[in-house]
Ligand binder design. Structure first.
Ligand code: PRP
Length: 213
């Protein structure tokens, strides 16, 4: 039987996911000692771990080349897609926020604001809900630079500890929403490999419930 493929978002979520799987009894030595390998079979289960960038996790799960994925709600909100979101894993907690240079009242005056973000769809939806017309400019990284350089009035970005904002003279004007890591499942996989995938999800849910108590 071909292995269940689980795509993990490389980096912070990867480490937390591996900790979770180890708590559930899966031997993740192959992932811990991965070197440059990107597909890693677990020693004591018919599971292969695939390491990918967040947006690619969604692409692989949506297209069925991976059965399961672990990805941040930020990526799910920005990219969208057709899959089941089956669990909030409770780690990778942070928030989307609208931030402005310290001392600026974002809502003062009537000019059309310019907002810089890596997350243009999240930003568009946020301001559409407010019926507010804004110009959005896409920045690929360190979006905090845009208002400092005078390109934008504000940013919509991920805030975890708030240190990046603070060290760059920005403050939160408004929270957009909470973010955390989610488990997603390919729609066909859940039907065709129900006997393997459902018990796996149930084990995770039971573990998370136990942790929450
Ligand atoms: C995110 C975000 C902020 C920072 C916030 O970037 O874009 O820059 O983390 O964290 P803090 O509130 O704890 O300071 P990330 O490190 O994910 O890198 P990125 O620029 O590649 O998105």
């Amino acid at each position: 039987m071909k292995p269940i493929r689980i795509a993990l978002t490389k980096g912070r979520l990867e480490e937390k996911s591996i900790e979770l799987f180890e708590q559930l009894g899966y031997d993740c030595t192959a992932v811990r000692e991965k070197g440059r390998k990107l597909i890693l079979p677990l020693a004591n289960a018919n599971i292969e771990i695939v390491l990918a960038k967040a947006a690619d996790v969604v692409t692989y799960v949506e297209n069925g080349v991976c059965d399961i994925g672990v990805v941040g709600k930020d990526t799910i909100m920005e990219k969208g897609g057709t899959f089941y979101e089956v669990a909030d894993l409770g780690f990778g907690k942070c928030r989307f926020a609208l931030a402005v240079p310290k001392g600026v009242d974002f809502y003062e005056g009537y000019h059309t604001r310019c907002i810089a973000s890596k997350y243009v769809n999240v930003t568009r939806t946020f301001f559409e809900r407010k019926n507010m017309d804004v110009n959005i400019v896409k920045i690929e990284g360190s979006v905090e630079l845009a208002p400092i350089l005078g390109l934008s009035d504000a940013i919509v970005d991920i805030v975890e500890t708030g240190t990046t904002l603070k060290e760059n003279g920005l403050v939160i004007a408004e929270y957009v929403c909470d973010i955390s890591a989610r488990m997603i499942v390919n729609i066909a996989s859940l039907k065709l490999r129900k006997n393997e995938i459902e018990p796996f999800i149930n084990r995770i849910e039971r573990y998370l419930e136990g942790e929450a108590e």
